[in-house]
Design a protein around this ligand. Structure first.
Ligand code: AVJ
Length: 337
C-alpha cells in the first residue's frame, strides 16, 4: 500500500451473492444447513475462495484450458484506449471502482495505458480479501507510483464511496464473475450497481460468451485436476470451519456444459452411500451413491441476452469488444437517466 490504509469493517460476502434473507442468515453455517438439506443439494460458489481456494483459483487462471483470463487480458490490452474513450467520453477525471479486484494485475496494466493517454485517474479496488488488496497495493506502489489507489475491503455496496461531483464513475466487473449468478441474481446485482451510479456513469463487464461446448467444458475439467482440487477444497473448508467429517476421497468433481442454456455446472458427486456429520452444526447429512452437490454455475452469454439484461437494469449497451478467436466480450454499459 502506498500509504497505510485502514480497511473498513470486513463483511462476510457480496450481499447480492447471498441468498434472500428469508432463506438463510447468509452465514457459512446457515448456507450449508440450507444447501445440504435442499433437494438437489447445493453449496454457494462464493465459499470457494478461502486462502487455499484463492491460490487454487490463481493456478486455474494459468491453466492452458482455462481461456477466460487470458482472452480478457488480451482484450483489455488491445482495446485500452478505445475503452477509455467509450467509458469516459467527456475527458472528466475518472473514479475507477473495481468490484472484486483481486490482486488487480489486469487492471493495473489498463491503468498504465490510461495514464499514458493522459487520463486523470483514481482507482478504488474493492474486494472481500484483505490479502489480495494488500498485494494490489504493493504492486501498484511498485509499478505505478503516480496512481492514486484507495482499496476498500468488504461488501461492495456498503463500502462504495459517495460519488464525487467532478469525477465520472467507471465501475468494473471483470472475469465473467457475473456468470456465477443465476439470471435473477445477476439482474439484482446490476440494479444495485446502477443505483450507485449517476446517469452517464459507466460500467465495464467482462463476460464469457457461448462457443464450442467442448472448449467450455474443458475449461472446467482440466486434465491436471486443479479444478477438481478447487471444487473439493470446499469440503475441506467445511471440515475445518464447521467440523464436518467429509471424506474427500468419497466425492468426485464433475462438470457439465449445456449449450441450450449456455451454462457450465460443477458438482461434487458422492461415490457411495455416506453420512457426514458436523460438530459445529450438530447435524448429519446423508448422501446416496451418485448424489450430487451443485457447487457452481458459470453462465456463458450471447449479445442479445446481455443487451436485454443491461436494459432491464437501467443501462444502455454502449460498446462491445469481442475476441475474434475465442468468443469473450468486454461490454461498455452506460447508466441511463
Ligand atoms: C471466477 C467465477 C469466473 O466461473 O469461470 C473457474 C471460477 N470455477 N473454474 C468461472 C471457476 C471453476 C470462475 N469465475
Amino acid at each position: 500500500m502506498s500509504k497505510q490504509h485502514r480497511f473498513p469493517a470486513t463483511d462476510t460476502a457480496l450481499a447480492a451473492d447471498a441468498p434472500p434473507a428469508d432463506v438463510t442468515d447468509g452465514t457459512l453455517a446457515g448456507d450449508v444447513v440450507h444447501g445440504l438439506s435442499a433437494t438437489p443439494k447445493q453449496l454457494p460458489s462464493k465459499y470457494f475462495y478461502d486462502a487455499r481456494g484463492s491460490r487454487l483459483f490463481e493456478r486455474i487462471m494459468r491453466l492452458p484450458v482455462y481461456y477466460p483470463t487470458r482472452v480478457e487480458a488480451r482484450l483489455l490490452r488491445r482495446h485500452a484506449r478505445a475503452l477509455l474513450a467509450a467509458l469516459a467520453p467527456t475527458g472528466a477525471p475518472v473514479e475507477l471502482l473495481e468490484l472484486g479486484s483481486g490482486d488487480g494485475r489486469k487492471t493495473l496494466a489498463l491503468c498504465r495505458e490510461w495514464l499514458k493517454a493522459g487520463a486523470n485517474l483514481s482507482y478504488r479496488p474493492m474486494d472481500i480479501s484483505a490479502q489480495a488488496l494488500e498485494r494490489l497495493g504493493q504492486r501498484a506502489a511498485r509499478q505505478l507510483p503516480s496512481l492514486a489507489v484507495h482499496p476498500l475491503c468488504g461488501d461492495y455496496f456498503r463500502t462504495w464511496p459517495l460519488p464525487q461531483a467532478r469525477r465520472h464513475q467507471v465501475a468494473l466487473f471483470l472475469g465473467s464473475n457475473l456468470g456465477n449468478f443465476t439470471d435473477a441474481e445477476a439482474h439484482r446485482f446490476l440494479r444495485r450497481v446502477r443505483a450507485h451510479l449517476r446517469a452517464g456513469d459507466s460500467l465495464l463487464l467482462g463476460l464469457d460468451l457461448r462457443k464450442d461446448p467442448r472448449t467450455v467444458l474443458a475449461a472446467y475439467d482440466d486434465p491436471e485436476g486443479v479444478t477438481a482440487a478447487f471444487n473439493l477444497n470446499l469440503l475441506r473448508r467445511l471440515n475445518r470451519e464447521l467440523g464436518t467429517d467429509f471424506d474427500l476421497a468419497g466425492f468426485r468433481h464433475y462438470a457439465t456444459y449445456c449449450p441450450l442454456q449456455g451454462v457450465a455446472h460443477s458438482f461434487l458427486v458422492s461415490l457411495r452411500v455416506q453420512t457426514v456429520h458436523s460438530r459445529a452444526l450438530g447435524q448429519s447429512f446423508r448422501f446416496e451413491p451418485g448424489e450430487a452437490i451443485h457447487t457452481e454455475q458459470s453462465q456463458k452469454y450471447e449479445r442479445a441476452g446481455v443487451e436485454a439484461m443491461a436494459s432491464a437494469c437501467g443501462f444502455a449497451l454502449h460498446a462491445w469488444f469481442e475476441d475474434p478467436e475465442l468468443p469473450y466480450a468486454l461490454v461498455v454499459c452506460r447508466a441511463r437517466g
